[in-house]
Design a protein around this ligand. Structure first.
Ligand code: CP
Length: 329
C-alpha cells in the first residue's frame, strides 16, 4: 500500500493525536490496513522508505513499542539506528537535545522518541529538522498506542470500513491519572465518535477528564461492575507503580493491591457481567493478577496480542506518512 495522493498528508510529526483530525486518524488507519498484508507475504518487505534513515531513541524502557518501530522501519526498507539511554553518553551529562541533534547529524529522516518527561517529543520537534514521532512521553501521550488500539477496536467491532465508532461504548479502566495510553485512546476514540467511560478509583481518575474541550467529553465512573454490562470494549490499564512514588503498595493511590483488584481487577468472574462478545484489551506490559487475571488475558475475549500485531502496521503507516509530508509530496 502506498499513499494514493488523494489525501495530501499535512503532518511532518506525530506528537499527540490532539493534533490530528478525525479524517487524519482515518487516513492513518486506512494506510495501516494496506500495509497489514505485507506481514503475511513470503517476502515481508516493501521499498517505501528505501534510502531513508529511522532513528529510534528510547530513554525509557520498552519492549513492544521499540521492537515494533524497528521492525516497521525495516519492513519498509529503511536503515534503522537504535539508541538506548542506558549505556549512552547521557550518563556523562549529554542533554536530550544534544543527543538528538548529534544523531540527526548522521543523516536521519525520522526520529522516534520515548522519554519519561511529558513534552520531550515536542521539544525535539522544535530543535531538529527531521520528522519526530512520539513513542510515549511521560504521562502525556502515546499516540501510536492510541492508533493501534483504535485499529483493534475497529477490526474487532466490524468498523474497519466505516471507521465510524458512533454507537460503540469503550471503558478505559484503572490508573487513568498516570496513563499516556488513556489520554491518547480517549482523544482518538472520541474523535471517531465512540462513547468513552473512564473507570477507576477517585485517586486515579482526575475530574478534569470529564471535559476534553472541543466539545468532547468522557463519562467518569468509580464502579466497574456497573459499567461492564454497558460496554463493547474494556481496555484495562497497567497500574503504573513507578509513577506513584509509593512502590508496589500503590502509595497513596489505593490502600492495598488486594483492595484494588477487588474493585477494579478484571477477573473471570467479573467478566461474566459483560456482554458475551465484549473485547478485552490491555496495552501491556500486564500486571497479571492485579488489573487483569491470566484467564481473562489469555481467554477468548482477549485482543491483547492482536493489539501488538496491529501496532506493526500502524507504525509502518505513521513512518510512511510523516516521511511523505517531510518530502512535500
Ligand atoms: N504498550 C507499550 O508501550 O509497551 P512497551 O512499554 O513495552 O513499549
Amino acid at each position: 500500500m502506498t499513499d494514493d495522493g488523494k489525501y495530501p498528508w499535512p503532518h511532518r510529526h506525530l506528537l499527540t493525536l490532539a493534533d490530528y483530525s478525525a479524517d487524519d486518524i482515518r487516513h492513518v488507519l486506512t494506510t495501516a490496513r494496506g500495509f497489514e498484508g505485507i506481514s503475511t507475504r513470503s517476502v515481508k518487505k516493501a521499498p517505501a522508505l528505501r534510502g531513508r534513515v529511522v532513528a529510534n531513541l528510547f530513554f525509557e524502557d520498552s519492549t513492544r513499542t521499540s521492537m515494533s518501530f524497528q521492525l516497521a522501519a525495516q519492513r519498509l526498507s529503511a536503515d534503522v539506528l537504535s539508541f538506548s539511554g542506558k549505556g549512552s553518553s547521557v550518563s556523562k551529562g549529554e542533554t536530550l537535545v544534544d543527543t538528538a541533534r548529534n544523531i540527526e547529524a548522521m543523516g536521519v529522516d525520522v526520529m522516534v522518541v520515548r522519554h519519561h518527561h511529558s513534552g520531550a517529543a515536542a521539544k525535539l520537534a522544535a530543535n531538529v529538522q527531521c520528522s519526530v514521532v512520539n513513542a510515549g512521553d511521560g504521562r502525556h501521550a502515546h499516540p501510536t498506542q492510541g492508533l493501534l488500539d483504535i485499529y483493534t477496536v475497529a477490526k474487532r467491532c466490524g468498523r474497519l470500513d466505516s471507521l465510524d465508532f458512533t454507537g460503540l461504548t469503550v471503558a478505559i479502566v484503572g490508573d487513568i491519572a498516570n496513563s499516556r495510553v488513556a489520554r491518547s485512546d480517549l482523544i482518538g476514540l472520541k474523535k471517531l465518535g465512540a462513547h468513552v467511560i473512564l473507570v477507576g478509583p477517585p485517586t486515579l481518575l482526575p475530574r478534569g477528564f470529564a471535559d476534553l474541550g472541543d466539545g468532547m467529553s468522557a463519562e467518569l465512573s468509580h464502579d466497574l461492575d456497573a459499567v461492564l454490562p454497558r460496554v463493547d470494549v474494556v481496555n484495562m490499564l497497567r497500574v503504573q507503580f513507578e509513577r506513584m512514588g509509593g512502590g508496589k503498595s500503590g502509595g497513596p493511590a489505593f490502600p492495598s493491591t488486594r483492595e484494588y483488584t477487588a474493585r477494579y481487577g478484571l477477573t473471570a468472574a467479573r467478566l461474566k457481567r459483560a456482554r458475551p462478545g465484549v473485547v478485552v484489551m490491555h496495552p501491556g506490559p500486564m500486571n497479571r493478577g492485579l488489573e487483569i487475571d491470566a484467564a481473562v488475558a489469555d481467554g477468548p475475549n482477549s485482543a491483547i496480542l492482536e493489539q501488538v500485531s496491529h501496532g506493526l502496521a500502524v507504525r509502518m503507516a505513521v513512518l510512511f506518512l510523516v516521511t511523505t509530508a517531510a518530502q512535500g509530496t
